[in-house]
Design a protein around this ligand. Structure first.
Ligand SMILES: Nc1nc2[nH]c(I)nc2c(=O)[nH]1
Length: 270
């Protein structure tokens, strides 16, 4: 079974998933992988024409997302430039307790499917009060506060320029006003306390979230060029006087959807 395969050899599990996707979509090899986070759901429709849609639960090793508002599909999208994009709308978060191998299965599957570029998007909390909800921020680097790694054994991988400065430059050509920030991944599922947000700020983070860093490490290990972009959907706890509300988070994501998805489509087209 896929669970056994994931437990014995996660790379075999990714190979099986990639073969399944190639067979089901009729696309032998994909070029760019897109992981959609909160607020980014519209991006797939704007980057090209969806030629196949699979339910995540039917693809080996993937789970139907347990997070409300997250789509559970994997789509093959043909861009106007003829690029094949694999859109992973079924992210597994570390806080779901399914293990770090499950968190990075989609990334490994994308690499096994042929992708050379990995685009990671997410919704996050902002530590800079000028970044109001709905602000997209390029990820320049990350701080992994999960106390874990997707890599096992003596897999010493360099993470210099993990968030490709080349692609960040392309993004700035699309929108010169784009800001950059360091993203800190907390394990979650609770939000940070105000004291933890100040700690994150003090150690150099500009954004706090519960995804992305572990996926980026696995993406680099798999040989892909990684690019990350966050959507600030709320000010992190304590940055603004009012408490967080998940409803506000979701609503801010929806409001910014069109603008950031267009931005992403233009970056991918480059
Ligand atoms: N850790 C963390 N994750 C988040 N995801 C979203 I959307 N907002 C936040 C936040 O404020 N903190």
């Amino acid at each position: 079974s896929n669970t056994e395969l994931m437990n014995t050899d996660p790379f075999e599990a990714a190979r099986a998933a990639a073969d399944f996707i190639a067979a089901e979509t009729g696309v032998e090899s994909h070029d760019v992988a897109l992981v959609l986070g909160s607020g980014w759901a519209e991006a797939a429709d704007l980057i090209g024409e969806t030629t196949a849609t699979l339910n995540a639960s039917e693809v080996p090793g993937f789970h139907q997302p347990s997070v409300v508002g997250h789509v559970g599909t994997i789509r093959s999208v043909l861009t106007k430039e003829g690029k094949r994009a694999l859109v992973l709308g079924a992210r597994t978060h570390y806080y779901e307790g399914k293990g770090v191998r499950s968190v990075v299965h989609g990334v490994r599957t994308a690499a096994a499917a042929g992708c050379k570029t990995l685009v990671l998007t997410n919704g996050c909390g902002g530590l800079n009060e000028e970044w109001t909800p709905g602000t997209p921020v390029l990820i320049s680097d990350h701080i992994n506060l999960t106390a874990t790694s997707p890599l096992e054994g003596a897999t010493f991988v360099d993470l210099t320029d993990l968030y490709s400065s080349r692609v960040r430059q392309l993004a700035r050509e699309v929108d010169p006003s784009l800001q950059e920030g360091v993203y800190a991944q907390f394990s979650g599922p609770h939000y940070e306390t105000p004291a933890e947000v100040q700690y994150a700020k003090r150690i150099g983070a500009d954004l706090v979230g519960m995804s992305t860093a572990l996926e980026a490490i696995a993406g680099r290990h798999a040989g892909m060029e990684v690019f990350g972009i966050s959507l600030v959907t709320n000010l992190a706890a304590g940055i603004s006087p009012v408490p967080l509300s998940h409803a506000e988070v979701l609503e801010a994501g929806q409001a910014a959807g069109k603008r950031i998805s267009t931005l992403l489509a233009e970056i991918i087209a480059k």
